[in-house]
Design a binder for this molecule. Structure first.
Ligand code: SF4
Length: 342
């Protein structure tokens, strides 16, 4: 780290260990994190305990998937010299604070969390009727508050969780005295990133372009990508504003290419095959240097592991300080106090 914690606002964010990351993860979070590193004191966490809130029965791939995430983080430009990169499960204070916060969090607050209701209704192949799943936003609150984070970069769908964290912080501070700042939301600009079938890019839809996909795979995926459904024949004019390939251009292509696509598509001056090849060019240009950097960690995974270990050590120090404040405020410090003195 190059600056003292006092000089910069502190940011905490995490990602589940889902294995290799896709372009949606990059545009929705990672790219933004990389850009924040010089401005904020950043803690970025692979939230491996969170994986257990929905996949508690099979933990066999959690470690390997955590490493894959770390490869992509490092390849995309997260820098352990600037940011603390660590594993949640290697910092036990997250669990200790989670326990304490769970004591003061009313059940009704958790049952009202929109993602709780949504996921219980939509995910039928997993048993989400667990204490851990209901309490997952409390664990998330602990992840944030244990660093006394000033800001949390999130997408729209996570805003309610940060609000809940603020409520929990207020309740704790109200009971035991001022310990936690109320973290602010840093809304990640939400670029619309479609998958190859036009729906939101997601592993569960099988429509992803991965950061680690080699050039031929990227080009093949682009070839099969859906387009403006109104453009059936080559001679039909199309509309890039309703075409998923048009959305990719808006995010990844140069201004000149975007203009060329707009005119060419609307006048049927270009074909979709040509247009898709330009989108593939832009993606390959973005992904090549990322994949080049990734190779170093793929061939020597220990490098990434050591970075996570060193980051976890730093995180344990920071969280140790917070837990001292927490225990003291609750009258439960580890120091001896003579009976009747409090
Ligand atoms: S030319 Fe490009 S933007 Fe237009 S419909 Fe075809 S793929 Fe989509």
């Amino acid at each position: 780290m190059t600056a003292s914690p006092k000089t910069r606002k502190r940011v905490l964010s995490g990602m589940r260990p889902t294995g290799k990351l896709h372009l949606g993860n990059y545009v929705g979070a990672l790219q933004n994190w990389v850009g924040m590193q010089d401005q904020y004191e950043c803690y970025f966490c692979v939230v491996d305990w969170h994986a257990l809130t929905t996949d508690d029965a099979d933990t066999s791939r959690v470690k390997e998937n955590s490493l894959e995430v770390a490869f992509d983080w490092l390849a995309a430009g997260l820098d352990p010299e600037k940011s603390v990169l660590f594993l949640q499960s290697h910092v036990p204070a997250h669990a200790e604070l989670h326990l304490l916060l769970s004591m003061i969090t009313p059940l009704g607050w958790l049952e009202r969390v929109p993602t709780y209701k949504e996921q219980r209704e939509n995910i039928k192949d997993k048993d989400l009727g667990t204490y851990g799943f209901l309490g997952y936003p409390v664990l998330q609150a602990a992840d944030i508050l244990i660093y006394k984070a000033d800001c949390v970069p999130v997408g729209e769908d996570q805003v309610a969780h940060v609000e809940l964290t603020r409520e929990i912080a207020r309740r704790f501070n109200g009971f035991y005295g001022q310990v936690f700042p109320e973290p602010q939301t840093l809304l990640t600009p939400a670029a619309k990133l479609p998958g190859t079938d036009g729906r939101k890019m997601s592993k569960s839809y099988g429509n992803t372009i991965m950061l680690a996909d080699p050039e031929p795979v990227v080009r093949q995926k682009l070839k099969t990508m859906v387009t403006d459904p109104a453009r059936v024949r080559r001679t039909d004019p199309g509309n890039p504003d309703v075409c998923p390939v048009g959305d990719l251009h808006k995010i990844f292509s140069s201004k000149e290419t975007i203009a060329k696509v707009d005119t060419g598509c609307r006048s049927a001056g270009i074909g979709c095959i040509e247009c898709k090849s330009w989108a593939a060019d832009a993606l390959v240009q973005l992904l090549n240097p990322i994949q080049e950097r990734r190779k170093k960690f793929e061939t020597n995974p220990r490098l990434a592991w050591d970075i996570l270990e060193a980051g976890s050590e730093r995180a344990r120090k920071t969280t140790g300080e917070t837990m001292k404040d927490v225990r003291a405020s609750m009258g439960m410090s580890l120091e001896y106090e003579a009976p009747g003195k409090s």
